[in-house]
Design a protein around this ligand. Structure first.
Ligand SMILES: Cc1cc2nc3c(=O)[nH]c(=O)nc-3n(C[C@H](O)[C@H](O)[C@H](O)COP(=O)(O)OP(=O)(O)OC[C@H]3O[C@@H](n4cnc5c(N)ncnc54)[C@H](O)[C@@H]3O)c2cc1C
Length: 427
């Protein structure tokens, strides 16, 4: 059937992160066979190493003023958002487009769209959990936006209020109440905003469970294989061709190189983040938190604790910056008692795929030329930045609907694949 439309008979999915595996799972549930291909172990990907907060109604990266803050912080490798100094034209062009989107009007539009997607996103996540009985320390107890100062607590409250018209429940907690409930917080912390509807989990365990569930449902998972191109055939670096009448590019921060030859302009940068994972700690908060001043996520995962954060733009393949790991520990110490007594931690770094307008890319790319009856239809699902754990399962569901030729169950107009324009086709 190729590029002429209609439901696909076999789908090739590039990337076994949360987006790719969720897509395979929803397709399998609807009886559509697929093969998922990944060159790495997905349990090392961002989808396993993230902070595990299912923070629905999360603000996009393009908050007003974010680009100026990034520029100001360029001199400091310890800042929450660090842009590596570079002359790479791709990164410079991304920064310019990012800067143009960091304003209140755009941020409000994104937030409205993300709020509408929030409850269906949690529903998609919980459907997988329920149907597959995945054990991943899931708790639907919200998350805390923890503010060190009174002024930042007021600011946090104003931000949170914007979610209320969309049916979200938030609460302001003062410092004393916060410490009564979570004694690990230092005296002097001003308080927190509780986003009550969100959830948390151990992302690695979820991904492992999803991988197993997909396999049990008949999905073929091929690891250690690199996809070199997706059009006019899906071809591996080994030269092998994969037969499929639809292909889904869910290759995270590496997606651009696969779709740009088809004429998709996909300006993604990789924003590296780090985590420290402690198997046991003397004390921890009772729920997931983000420390507002340092943007560090603190997530209890059973008896273990993960500290995660920092956005480092433009860094694929470059050596880790030790200062950024140290900044996570420093930031946590300012808010939590006893961090110096936390045991040894496992350290990890991985890449978030970030678009310059702060929104994911989810949709079908309509080919202008070069498509024959045997060429696959091409779908793109990436660019989830700091929201991929939250939005991965719903993204997979939406792509499965498109592959099946059904109207998507959410409005995809702000997520379109062609919103950054087109490039010359070279495939
Ligand atoms: C420190 C940190 C904390 C985070 N915290 C949260 C959080 O609390 N909540 C939240 O919602 N999100 C969070 N995120 C974001 C989230 O982890 C990502 O948005 C999400 O994992 C992206 O998933 P993905 O499937 O698109 O990409 P990935 O997980 O990167 O998977 C893409 C896969 O594609 C494979 N691949 C790429 N190219 C090819 C190729 N050519 N051939 C074969 N395979 C290929 C890669 O090997 C990779 O395994 C965090 C991220 C980081 C780094």
């Amino acid at each position: 059937m190729g590029s002429t439309g209609g439901a696909a008979k076999r789908v090739a999915i590039v990337g076994a992160g949360i987006v790719g595996l969720s897509t395979a799972w929803w397709l399998a549930r609807r009886g559509v066979p697929s093969i998922v291909i990944d060159r790495e172990d997905p349990l090392e990907s961002a989808s396993a190493g993230n902070a595990g907060l299912l923070s629905i109604g999360h603000y996009p990266l393009t908050k007003p003023g974010a680009s100026w803050r990034g520029l100001r912080w360029m001199a400091s490798r310890r800042s929450p958002l660090y842009i590596r100094p570079t002359l790479d034209p791709r990164v410079l062009s991304w920064l310019w487009t990012f800067h143009r989107h960091c304003n209140a009007a755009w941020s409000d539009r994104c937030l409205a769209a993300l709020c509408r997607l929030g409850f269906p996103a949690l529903d998609a996540f919980e459907t997988i959990l329920r149907e597959e009985s995945i054990e991943c320390e899931y708790a639907r107890d919200g998350w805390l936006d923890v503010a060190a100062t009174r002024a930042s607590l007021d600011h946090a409250l104003a931000e949170a209020r914007a979610l209320e018209p969309f049916g979200y429940s938030i609460a302001r907690i003062d410092g004393d109440s916060l410490r009564r409930e979570h004694p690990v917080f230092r005296r002097g912390i001003a308080g927190a905003i509780h986003y009550r509807d969100s959830a948390r989990c151990h992302p690695g365990r979820f991904l492992e469970g999803l991988l197993g569930a997909a396999r049990r449902r008949g999905v073929e998972v091929r690891l250690g294989a690199t996809v070199e191109s997706v059009f006019p055939r899906v071809r591996l670096a080994s030269g092998e061709q994969i037969g499929a009448d639809a292909v889904v590019v869910a290759a995270g921060a590496w997606s651009s190189e696969l779709v740009e030859p088809l004429g998709v302009r996909l300006p993604l940068v990789a924003a590296r983040g780090y985590h420290l994972h402690y198997d046991s700690v003397p004390a921890m908060p009772g729920t997931g938190c983000v420390l507002r001043e340092s943007s560090i996520a603190v997530t209890p995962m059973g008896s273990s604790l993960r500290l995660a954060g920092t956005l480092e733009i433009g860094s694929i393949g470059r050596p880790w910056l030790r200062e950024r790991i140290e900044a996570i520990v420093d930031g946590a110490s300012k808010a939590l008692e006893g961090v110096e007594r936390f045991g040894p931690a496992r350290e990890w770094a991985g890449y978030r795929p970030c678009t310059p307008d702060g929104m994911p890319v989810i949709g079908e790319h309509r080919l202008e030329r070069g498509a024959s009856a045997s060429s696959p239809r091409v779908f793109v699902a990436t660019g989830h930045a700091m929201m991929g754990m939250t939005l991965g399962p719903i993204s997979g569901r939406l792509i499965s609907e498109l592959v099946l030729g059904e109207p998507p169950s959410a409005d995809l107009s702000m997520l379109a694949t062609d919103r950054f324009g087109r490039r010359p086709v070279t495939a």
